[in-house]
Design a protein around this ligand. Structure first.
Ligand code: HEC
Length: 242
């Protein structure tokens, strides 16, 4: 009697339960190409923020292909925080629409994350090299500028900004460098938008603009994984500034 029960149980397990796990459409095997899970875990959404405040942020990334930032498996310089100040929230600014924004992938930005650019350049502050903002102030945004800058990125540059040289980046093609230049010129000209590489850091909320009583900061963290078919994960939050 006892062994019969065992046999029945075994049959039940092998014929019904096991195939269910292997063939069930929702099983893990179908979600390998999933998007990275990106979360802005700090700042705290329930706090009130004021003009000029320093805001500390922290991002976590968990990806089936690349690993988890909590175990040091994600390269910090491949994670970006984009912040944007808006006086009023428009329809496309709502975090619920972050799915829509996903369509416009920023190729130039994601190409830079694979190179050394952010070791010497920042969006709005001068480091070893000029900021994106300085570059976009200096050159007109047209195809000619993109070719000139692309050539200098690939072959190196000297004597344009200071007596420090920029080394060549032969790992990039001219086409890739043009996409990067287009991104630098566009992002540099957005004066109320900032891009920071890294999983954590601090940014400062702008001083109160004349004629504004309050406003919002939109924070979007993003990460593009290194899977055979790369996918981008994002998380957007809104901070209210008073
Ligand atoms: C080792 C530091 C360093 C690295 C790495 C670096 N740059 Fe530069 N970059 C500089 C310096 C310094 C200058 C200014 C050179 C000059 O005065 O001509 C510069 C200038 C530039 C310019 C302006 C060129 C011009 O004609 O005005 C662009 C665009 C640029 N860099 C993009 C990039 C990109 C894209 C990357 C990554 C692929 C990169 N840089 C990596 C240091 C660096």
């Amino acid at each position: 009697m006892k062994s019969e029960l065992h046999v029945n149980y075994f049959l039940f397990l092998s014929c019904i339960i096991l195939p269910y796990f292997f063939l069930h459409p929702g099983s893990n095997q179908n979600s390998v190409s999933a998007k990275p899970e990106v979360s802005i875990v700090q700042p705290d959404l329930n706090s009130v923020y004021h003009w000029g405040d320093q805001v500390r942020y922290r991002i976590t990334v968990s990806d089936m292909n690349d690993g988890d930032s909590r175990f040091g498996e994600i390269i910090p310089l491949e994670v970006f925080l984009e912040t944007k100040f808006v006086a009023e929230l428009g329809y496309t600014d709502m975090p619920l629409n972050s799915g829509l924004q996903e369509i416009k992938e920023n190729e130039g930005l994601y190409l830079m994350r694979k190179s050394t650019c952010f070791g010497c350049h920042a969006d709005k502050t001068m480091l070893v090299g000029p900021s994106f903002s300085d570059i976009s102030d200096r050159y007109p945004n047209n195809p000619e500028t993109m070719s000139t800058l692309a050539n200098r990125i690939v072959n190196g540059s000297s004597g344009k900004w200071s007596d420090i040289d920029m080394p060549p980046h032969n790992d990039l093609s001219i086409e890739e460098a043009k996409k990067i230049s287009a991104y630098i010129l566009q992002q540099g000209s957005r004066k109320n938008s900032w891009v920071y590489p890294g999983l954590e850091g601090v940014f400062r909320i702008i001083d109160k603009p004349a004629g504004t009583s309050g406003g919002y900061y939109l924070l979007t963290a993003s990460y593009k994984n290194n899977a055979p078919e790369p996918a981008i994960g994002r998380h957007t939050i809104v901070l209210e500034i008073r």
